[in-house]
Design a protein around this ligand. Structure first.
Ligand SMILES: [Zn+2]
Ligand SMILES: [Zn+2]
Length: 364
């Protein structure tokens, strides 16, 4: 079938993207789903920093690639156990359920899932997207910046029809990553302080999830005053720039770093209390290095934990977030800073690179 989608043609083009247009919105051919796959009509897709990291070359992927990994839609054709009409959340790391990594309960990324993502294919190794008979790579098994997608059943989680498309799309990346880091790794107890360093979509989702806990003090840290203002609107208890947080001697049981920058991780380690955990979910460039004294980890019993996709098992955790959202304890809608069209995607990437947006959502 013919679809419309935003294809990244070339990595590393200069800013502003409005002028260099790394993404072109084009008509493409999408082959029908094979066994174990679904055709999904995309309803909403979020612009995430991990999309930008492919555009700017920090995460090298094969091109041309149809980007977009945070998306939700409705099943239109099913070669799996889901009915036509079912709303699904896309998740960006399929889980085979059989490899040693899948036995670690979300702590380690699935091996064949990660391999398919690096190759730009679906889980089975195939590509269903072409343009003029030439393959277009899939982005993280999702390729959600398009009117339709063919995805492996293991790349989606069904959600009830009362979860609106915008909320559903955010559950797949921002909430699963930031919220998962809180629920699965930080696990705050009453009286704890949770600090979040880096208040983009993932960081704000971590803030909201921490705020859903009773008697947990939540602190937001970012170098941009707009982000701190927004965090206060969302109910965060205290906000600081990195310098202010360090000067005030803030110490927390759990500090989540979601900026993807080595200086932010150094700040996060410095704000971690004795016995506490620094949890890093950001994706810095591969050549990034940090400089910290190892002594504090030993002498103060602190730990540094890397968390991919919020150490989540999507099929287990997305229903937990749906329950929190439905109970009014997790206002996922608050993460949306604007809605845009597919044609505005290069402008959207500029907004993201400038740190001006928490989450821009493309509505189809
Ligand atoms: Zn993402
Ligand atoms: Zn696996």
């Amino acid at each position: 079938m013919k679809i419309r989608g935003a294809v990244l043609e070339q990595i590393g083009l200069p800013r502003p993207y409005r002028d260099s247009t790394p993404l072109t919105v084009d008509e493409l051919d999408l082959a029908p789903p094979e066994d174990g796959e679904l055709l999904v009509r995309i309803e909403a897709a979020g612009l995430c920093h991990s999309d930008l990291s492919v555009v700017d070359g920090n995460r090298v992927r094969p091109v041309p690639m149809l980007l977009g990994h945070e998306a939700a839609g409705v099943v239109e054709q099913s070669k799996a156990d889901l009915a036509v009409g079912q709303r699904v959340v896309m998740t960006f790391l399929p889980r085979c359920g059989r490899c040693p990594a899948c036995a670690t309960d979300g702590l380690t990324p699935c091996e064949p899932g990660s391999a398919a993502n690096a190759a730009g294919t679906l889980m089975c190794g195939d590509i269903r997207l072409t343009r003029d008979n030439r393959p277009i790579y899939h982005h993280l098994g999702v390729s959600g910046f398009a009117t339709h997608a063919v995805v492996d059943r293991r790349s989606v989680v069904p959600v009830p029809a009362d979860v609106p498309p915008t909320v559903a799309s955010l559950l797949g990346c921002a909430v699963l990553t930031g919220g998962g880091a809180v629920l699965n790794v930080a696990k705050p107890r009453p009286g704890d302080t949770v600090v979040v360093v880096g208040l983009g979509g993932v960081g704000m989702a971590a803030v909201l999830t921490a705020l859903a806990h009773d008697d947990v003090h939540v602190v937001g840290v970012d170098r941009l005053s707009d982000k701190l203002d927004r965090a206060r609107e969302l109910g965060v208890h205290d906000t600081y720039t990195p310098e202010q947080a360090t000067q005030h001697g803030i110490k927390a049981a759990a500090v989540i770093e979601s900026a993807g920058h080595p200086r932010a991780l150094e700040t996060a380690i410095g704000l971690t209390a004795p016995g506490g955990r620094t949890i890093t979910v950001g994706l810095p460039p591969p050549e990034a290095r940090i400089s910290v004294s190892p002594l504090g980890f030993v002498a103060e019993g602190r730990s540094l934990i890397g968390s991919y996709l919020g150490s989540a098992v999507p099929a287990r955790d997305i229903p937990r977030f749906v329950d929190l959202w439905r109970a009014g304890r997790l206002p996922v809608e608050a993460l949306v800073s604007s809605t845009i069209t597919l044609e505005q995607i290069n402008d959207g990437m500029d907004q993201l690179a400038d740190g001006k947006a928490v989450r821009q959502i493309i509505l189809f």
